[in-house]
Design a protein around this ligand. Structure first.
Ligand SMILES: Cc1cc2nc3c(=O)[nH]c(=O)nc-3n(C[C@H](O)[C@H](O)[C@H](O)COP(=O)(O)OP(=O)(O)OC[C@H]3O[C@@H](n4cnc5c(N)ncnc54)[C@H](O)[C@@H]3O)c2cc1C
Length: 352
């Protein structure tokens, strides 16, 4: 169980977790179960971060994470429990891969398949399932501006002028955003270790356009409704209807890192047109009248290009300011989840 709070009048919370993506939710789940008083602050209206699902009229589209894999035991037991509750289920063992958009012949794959998981009602099903176990701690629509240290406490200052005072802070956003929050709070070298700071600051992210289309007819995408590409402007197409999360036909098209970088500031209408034309052969009918609705999402921080090998960084010990998320490990859902768990365990050991 949690070590007692030394001065309840000084601290509102034991730990403030910044970000309700999978890393923040795995950490908060662990710390809440260990008996700590946790506040999870999330700038968006809902939980999940890049495990994101959106409605487009009646269509439901996963527009961030498309599926996730499970290799380790700790994340495996969370996924198993979520499966028993009906929040997640396996999608398939492997997706076909096509050479290019012009030559859609499927390339033979030599890898052995393993379960690719999906959320039962979209990718947010897993984060929502985790968050409901400590829902009173989750505060959405609160953007954190700065984390600073005053004496033995951590002060988390928010855009709405609220300040949360805690014994520790856990930051889970992509590391360029963490660096910004710490800089605003004055937690830069020499106040914090310069080597750790450099490692944290070294992570760059690639961007990604994600286009959602609501179709009039089911798409022409082959079973199981997900297709990867080896090259070209599109990295991935999925069919949310075949996937079983959308009651009506809809596609999600994700651009490659290269296309997204080159066109990051291009007029969104042009980007949307180019991506739609690129996938025309999987749309039944003429694209000028086969699409009911569309929406383009621009992820600035999609995938870490050079993630940190360590599972987390304790930037500051007393009081603890700890950083985790998918900047650590590998830029996938499971690496983010494992990083969140590693950070929570570190904090627990520190307070024990
Ligand atoms: C388009 C796309 C496709 C992907 N596809 C896959 C896939 O198929 N399989 C896979 O395994 N992975 C995939 N990924 C990667 C995967 O989504 C991430 O690795 C994982 O979700 C990261 O989780 P996280 O908790 O570390 O970060 P996030 O999910 O980004 O969570 C961080 C949270 O912090 C919040 N936040 C940020 N700043 C603040 C602030 N100042 N104040 C308060 N809150 C803040 C954010 O709103 C966010 O909710 C994909 C990512 C993208 C973008």
């Amino acid at each position: 169980m949690a070590a007692p709070n030394p001065d309840e009048s000084l601290y509102q919370y034991d730990i403030v977790v910044i970000g309700a993506g999978i890393a923040g939710l795995m950490a908060s789940n662990y710390l809440s179960k260990a008996g700590y008083k946790v506040a999870v602050l999330e700038k968006s209206r809902g939980v999940g971060g890049r495990m994101a699902t959106r409605r487009l009229g009646e269509a439901v589209c996963d527009h961030g994470t498309q599926y996730f894999s499970v290799k380790g035991r700790a994340f495996g037991s969370v996924v198993l429990e979520a499966r028993e509750s009906g929040a997640v289920m396996p999608w398939c063992d492997m997706f076909p891969k096509a050479k290019t958009l012009e030559d859609p012949a499927v390339v033979p794959l030599d890898e052995v398949g393993h379960a690719r998981w999906k959320g039962a009602r979209g990718m947010t099903s897993l984060p929502k399932h985790l968050a409901q176990q400590f829902s009173e701690s989750v505060k959405t629509g609160i953007r954190v501006n700065a984390v600073s240290i005053q004496g033995n406490s951590v002060h988390v200052s928010c855009e709405n002028d609220e300040v949360f005072v805690a014994r520790a802070a856990l930051l889970t956003a992509p590391s360029p955003q963490i660096v910004e929050i710490l800089t605003f709070g004055g937690l830069v070298p020499p106040v914090v270790d310069s080597v750790k700071w450099e490692v944290l600051s070294s992570v760059e992210y690639s961007s990604c356009f994600s286009l959602m289309l609501k179709l009039k007819q089911p798409s022409l995408l082959p079973d199981p409704g997900g297709l990867e590409f080896c090259s070209g402007p599109v990295a991935w197409i999925s069919d949310n209807f075949q996937k079983g999360i959308s009651p009506v036909p809809s596609l999600t098209i994700q651009a490659t890192a290269e296309f997204s970088k080159v066109h990051f500031d291009t007029d969104p209408i042009r980007v949307q047109d180019e991506l739609t034309k690129a996938v025309h052969r999987w749309i039944d009918g003429d694209i000028s009248n086969a699409i009911d609705a569309s929406s383009l999402q621009r992820w600035k921080y999609a995938f870490p290009i050079s993630p940190i090998k360590a599972p987390m960084i304790a930037l500051q010990n007393s009081p603890p300011v700890v950083c985790c998320g998918d900047s650590f490990g590998g830029g996938r859902v499971e690496s983010a989840a494992s990083s969140g768990l590693a950070a929570a365990r570190w904090i627990h050991r520190f307070f024990e």
